[in-house]
Write a protein that binds this ligand. Structure first.
Ligand code: FES
Ligand SMILES: [Fe+2]
Length: 347
């Protein structure tokens, strides 16, 4: 499999739902393709190819009234399903079958406040039923949220590997409020296969993570990774949940968009939302900076290494990817290659 091939027939996070108001549309490049994302008058989200079938201008430059998009060039109109409904230049006696004109529509769903788009391998054969979108456990979309976004200047593989790399914490995320290099110690964590990925099974978080202490109650955490590039961290503190959803979406070559969404059921935490934002930003920027520096070396295409347990999740990622592609090609069920095991490392 070529380095950083982008998996298809999967859902990708497109945009936080709050960025798409009713009756609005938004042009965005995802997986190298121009899409127009919108929310109709009923609140339903949709995604269409952002290219007018007449002369190719992006439809997102046109007008949207909550029902139809009118192209800005010659005024052809399209409904939210991509069907052409009106061609203004046609005279009443000029017969033309509008059904011949349509814009490709992508499956699009809003789940827990985020808009996801499904990218089929073959646009003429969208699987039915569609796979599930990863759900953040224990929280509803209406729970308090904090959303941050960043662009990573790297391939999807390096972004994902960085996302689940357990060994960079004490070097990249060093700070007084989180942890220091001195706090490094040996860790042993149990892992198990899950759907299209793997889970670091529920455990008590490291005592060296100061921020956890603020939560009070019995704290436990579980981290799940799912193809193509979703990480869900679920913290249970007493009867409350605090969850982080991290998604990576390739936009173009060496450009990956990260969304970090937090949900929580603790009402008092919401008062601190404005204070939390800079911490979240700092954390993401630390990751972005290191990826940025890494590119300097990767530009020379060096040989790289994956060693022992600390790099095992990265190895699993490549194995999961390969198996997913093979199962698609051979049209058979996906067989998760991740074993049930315990990994040991120092961080
Ligand atoms: S280019 Fe869109 S209507 Fe002509
Ligand atoms: Fe990180």
């Amino acid at each position: 499999m070529p380095e950083s091939e982008i998996l298809r027939d999967l859902w990708y996070m497109a945009v936080p739902g709050q960025q798409l108001k009713r009756g609005q549309m938004l042009g965005k490049i995802l997986l190298g393709q121009s899409l127009v994302l919108g929310r109709d008058a009923n609140g339903e989200v949709f995604a269409l190819r952002d290219i007018c079938p007449h002369r190719g201008i992006p439809l997102s430059h046109g007008q949207f009234d909550g029902r139809e998009i009118e192209c800005c060039y010659h005024g052809w109109r399209f409904n939210c399903g991509g069907g052409c409904t009106h061609i203004p230049s046609l005279l009443p006696n000029q017969k033309f079958d509008l059904d011949r004109v349509f814009v490709t529509r992508y499956p699009c769903r809003e789940v827990q406040g985020n808009v996801w788009v499904f990218f089929p391998e073959d646009e003429r054969h969208v699987p039915d039923p569609l796979p599930e979108i990863p759900i953040v456990p224990g929280v509803e979309a209406c729970h308090y949220r904090l959303v941050e976004r960043a662009l990573f200047p790297c391939s999807i593989d390096h972004a994902v590997v960085g996302l689940m790399d357990p060994a960079h914490g004490p070097f990249v995320h060093r700070s007084w409020w989180w942890r220091s290099r001195r706090s490094m110690h040996q860790k042993s964590k149990a892992f198990a296969p899950s759907h299209l990925g793997f889970t670091m099974v529920r455990h008590k978080p490291s005592s060296n993570s100061k921020a956890y202490k603020l939560l009070g109650g019995e704290v436990s955490t579980e981290i799940r990774f799912e193809l193509p590039s979703t990480r869900i961290e679920s913290i249970v503190a007493g009867r409350h949940h605090i969850c982080g959803l991290t998604t990576l979406t390739p936009l173009a070559d060496k450009q990956v968009e990260l969304h970090q969404v937090f949900y929580w059921t603790i009402p008092w935490l919401t008062i601190f939302r404005p204070l939390m934002r800079p911490f979240v930003r700092t954390f993401i920027e630390q990751d972005r900076d290191v990826v940025d520096k890494q590119q300097q070396g990767l530009n020379e295409d060096p040989q790289l290494m994956l060693i022992n347990d600390a790099d095992r999740p990265a190895r699993w990622y490549y194995q999961l990817k390969k198996e997913f592609q093979q199962s698609q090609t051979e049209q058979r069920a996906f067989v998760n290659p991740v074993p049930e095991t315990t990994l040991h490392w120092c961080s």
